[in-house]
Design a protein around this ligand. Structure first.
Ligand SMILES: [Zn+2]
Length: 347
């Protein structure tokens, strides 16, 4: 059981001291396949990305660009994480859970080649991406699988996960997704690991999930609600969610286009994200804020003209300073909060 083991962070190369984590991106995908299951055929890959089509692909005017949603090349991932290290990042959390083609051995190779700390997620993404066999499984069965992924190894390997998630939810929330979420709460009770929630796109869905986790006995200070930047656009909902004690994650930094194919929203840019975070800090919620890029498209990588995993360190941190964030606030968001959330055992 984890409780009698020392406080540690579980990376894909083994446990490290929490203080070794340093500046950490809490929601990324290093290796991932986020094509819809029906799109996963070689004939549907679409064009190679190039200078004369990448803007149009990003703006959604190239309809068949499935290749963009496939991060499967280890050599590319190694180059990209080196950009993060050069910009001042040290660690990255890969939340490619079940349905997103998790690749523990690929992460091991990338961690060895780059020296970056990589923490891997556990559990399952949204219903539409899950294995059909999950329909017959109950919450206890999902919990048992997630505990095993944290304590012994995941996806047929001995590589251990270090966080539960991203656990996928849609709006409306499906019964199967609720069973996976309850499984995550049960697995948290046993392992102490934090839970990362991918909420559905309705603005009330994050609260629905947070309330469910609280009622089921989850530790709210170890629950992270992802994708706030595409889900919640008013202070009332934001403050209500923060008042549950959960951690709020703005994880689409670098995505600044008006085009967002998955729902009809006004996607904020980085400056607007920082303004929302500033407001939350002003209300006393500094320990509940995380930022990341949630990179899962090729077009967001440096190789294909994108901002890459270094963007927050190279560009957003200087913007935070210009906007009056103190060094200790920046340190809390990029180092202290991730370290607290990724530390398991020792209690
Ligand atoms: Zn997500």
């Amino acid at each position: 059981m984890s409780a009698d083991r020392p406080a540690r962070v579980q990376t894909v190369l083994g446990s490290i001291a929490p203080d070794a984590l340093g500046p950490t991106l809490m929601h990324e995908h290093v290796l991932c396949d986020i094509r819809r299951p029906a799109q996963r055929t070689p004939e549907a890959l679409g064009p190679e990305l190039a200078l004369d089509n990448v803007w149009a692909i990003n703006y959604g005017t190239v309809k068949r660009a499935a290749r963009n949603y496939l991060l499967d090349a280890r050599d590319v991932a190694i180059d990209e994480l080196r950009h993060m290290l050069e910009a001042g990042g040290r660690s990255v959390v890969d939340l490619s859970s079940g349905g997103l083609s998790p690749d523990p051995l690929g992460l091991v190779e990338i961690a060895r080649a780059t020296g970056a700390h990589i923490v891997m997620g556990a559990g399952h993404y949204v219903h539409d991406y899950q294995d059909a066999a999950n329909a017959a499984r109950d919450a206890e069965d999902f919990a048992e699988e997630m505990v095993e992924q944290i304590e012994d190894g995941a996806w047929g390997t001995d590589v251990r996960a270090g966080i539960l998630g991203e656990i996928g939810c849609q709006a409306p929330w499906t019964a199967q997704e609720r069973r996976v979420m309850l499984g995550a709460v049960l697995a948290q009770r046993q392992t102490g690991a934090a839970i990362n929630v991918h909420p559905g796109r309705h603005p009330d869905q994050p609260q629905e999930v947070a309330d469910f986790i609280r009622v089921k006995g989850g530790r709210m200070d170890r629950v992270i609600v992802s994708h706030i930047d595409r889900t919640i656009f008013d202070a009332e909902r934001l403050h209500r969610l923060a008042d549950t004690g959960c951690v709020l994650e703005w994880d689409l930094f670098g995505q600044e286009s008006s085009f967002y194919p998955l729902s009809d929203i006004d996607m904020p840019n980085d400056a607007v994200r920082l303004r929302a975070i500033r407001g939350l800090i002003g209300r006393g919620h500094l320990a509940q804020v995380l930022i990341s890029h949630d990179i899962c498209y090729r077009s967001r990588l440096v190789r294909w003209g994108g901002h890459g995993y270094g963007h927050i360190f190279a560009n957003v941190v200087p913007m935070m300073r210009r906007r009056g964030f103190s060094e200790s606030e920046i340190q809390a968001i990029l180092v202290d909060n991730p370290r607290r959330l990724l530390t398991i055992g020792g209690d």
